[in-house]
Design a protein around this ligand. Structure first.
Ligand code: NAD
Ligand code: MN
Length: 497
């Protein structure tokens, strides 16, 4: 599946005239759009693709076919040193550019992501297994939106932090996970750049492709060398970045276990740190909700992106009086979900991101089946190669069960019940996490009452898994700290007087 080096992309940059109205409307293009890929990708350091210092490459595969897509460099300590040095060198020039000029670069990145939207979406779905409908309509447009949104902040920081003389933090080491690869790159890079910082970004090892395509975009729009450096590799590469003394700020999204280790190693070093970690978010269905909409909301909450979502609504609490109706309708709906080829536009649930993640999910399924709850899985076939898990749920779950407490990060739901609003709140908050929550009811007063009592960074009301660059995202407790998006997200990338 590898191809010759790509033809150079025509430069369509120029002075940016932005048609924001078009942001959500892609012109229909054939599904056969092929991303232009190289046979192998080096590390993007100081504005150039470079060989890794120890010469190692690893394959990135498609989890739906198990075929190799391309090869990617394995960054080691020496490469991290080079990347941090390049970011350090670029810092004085980038941070002292007139803010409006910084904003223009970020606008150009946004626009180019939009223009290459189809190609990026296909690459994202190939590399990570998510349905093309999601990468095309959610991930890539939102990634563009994050750059558009933050481009607008670049010359307005004095208004965000009035009288406090906002300055950049410096060199930012940013480590991202595999569930929303390009979108997480955008969440990290866009605010950092808007605030005048320079970056070293480490994509996840199973999904490095769209970050490398983003590096090509940086090249194309002539982002000054060293402003963003992209170092591919696995955990050890991330660790080298976290521990580097030339890094001023670390932003990490991933597992709670790794997040805790990063917090320990950053302690006492003076590095600024933000962590966006796991979750086990409650989705609460009251008996006065529109049941059909709530069922859609449950599906969107846990089966979107195969459940590889930190804020997934993985614990559903249904009011007892509507329990049977909700569970029956949910099962019927789950049987309609199409599981399969991520590149088919009719697919609802794609491939599990990696063999390792499938093993994790299967371990939890075995654990849950061995407990006292009822397991149910949607019917249907899955392709013979690749990593798959049909949508499933555990019913009659006790809150003490492992599958009700730990993040599974797969299409696995735990269904529980409650009688009173007070009981719903108590059960929903009974978790070490606090990333998100959902409430389904027709009563406005109840919405505000319940929302104010939930310990969660984001509370969705009669909807779920909706994201916007303007609204801050982040957690309480073991879900991490710091906010990304909105005005709050700028704080992590600024020093104030
Ligand atoms: P992970 O935390 O190991 O990986 C996330 C990122 O951190 C990757 O880029 C990885 O290379 C890097 N990394 C790994 N070890 C590191 C270290 N010691 N220092 C610095 N960087 C390091 O997550 P995973 O193993 O890919 O997934 C395991 C579980 O984590 C999942 O089952 C899920 O529960 C959770 N997870 C959460 C999110 C989220 O969005 N919050 C994303 C991915 C995974
Ligand atoms: Mn891959």
């Amino acid at each position: 599946m590898t191809t010759a080096p790509p033809p150079s992309r025509a430069s369509v940059v120029g002075p940016a005239t932005i048609d924001l109205a078009g942001l959500w409307e892609y012109a229909p293009a054939p599904e056969s759009v092929k991303p232009r890929l190289r046979d192998r990708y080096g590390l993007y350091i100081d504005g150039k693709f470079m060989e890794p210092s120890e010469g190692g490459y690893f394959k990135t595969i498609s989890p739906s076919t198990e075929q190799t897509i391309t090869e990617v460099a394995e960054g080691t300590q020496a490469d991290v040193d080079r990347a941090v040095a390049a970011a350090r060198d670029a810092l004085p020039k980038w941070s002292s550019l007139p803010a409006i000029e910084r904003g223009k670069y970020i606008f150009r990145i946004a626009r180019r992501i939009q223009e290459l939207g189809r190609e990026l979406a296909v690459a994202e779905s190939m590399d990570g297994g998510k349905p093309i409908r999601e990468s095309r309509d959610v991930d890539i447009p939102l990634a563009a939106q994050h750059f558009f949104y933050h481009a607008g902040w670049a010359d307005k920081l004095q208004y965000a932090f009035a009288g406090r003389n906002p300055k950049p933090v410096g060199v930012c080491g940013q480590i991202i996970p595999w569930n929303f690869p390009l979108l997480m790159a955008a969440w990290k890079l866009a605010p950092a750049l808007a605030c005048g910082n320079t970056c070293v970004l480490k994509p996840a090892e199973t999904t490095p492709l769209t970050a490398l395509l983003l590096a090509e975009i940086f090249d194309e729009i002539e982002l000054p060398a060293g402003v963003v450096n992209i170092i591919t590799g696995a955990g050890a590469t991330g660790e080298a970045l976290v521990n580097h003394s030339g890094v001023d700020k670390i932003a990490f999204t991933g597992s709670t276990g790794v997040g805790k280790r990063i917090a320990e190693s950053a302690a006492g070093t003076g590095k600024k740190l933000t962590l966006e970690l796991g979750g086990k978010s409650p989705n609460i269905i009251f008996d006065d909700a529109s049941i059909d909409q709530a069922v859609e909301g449950i599906v969107q909450g846990i089966y979107f992106n195969q459940g590889h979502v930190c804020c997934a609504g993985s614990r559903v609490f249904v009011q007892e009086s509507v329990r049977d109706e909700v569970v029956d309708k949910l099962k019927r709906r789950m049987n309609q979900l199409r599981v399969g080829d991520p590149l088919d536009k009719n697919t609802d649930v794609g491939a599990i991101n990696s063999e390792g993640q499938l093993a994790t999910i299967n371990k939890y399924l075995a654990e849950g089946k061995g407990g006292g709850c009822d397991f149910w899985q949607a019917e249907g076939d899955v392709p013979s190669s690749g990593y798959w898990c049909r949508p499933c749920l555990f019913d009659n779950v006790q809150p003490s069960e492992v599958i009700a407490r730990e993040e599974i990060f797969g299409p696995v739901l735990a269904v529980m019940t409650f009688r009173t609003p007070a009981e719903a709140i108590e059960r929903a908050n009974n978790t070490p996490y606090g990333l998100a929550a959902g409430i389904w009811t027709d009563k406005g007063s109840k919405i505000f009452e319940i929302a104010s009592k939930l310990k969660a960074g984001v509370v969705w009301l009669n909807t779920y898994n909706k994201f916007d660059a303007a609204s801050p995202f982040g957690g309480f407790k073991e879900s991490g700290f710091g906010r990304e998006g909105g005005m709050h997200g700028l704080r992590a990338y600024t020093q104030l007087d």
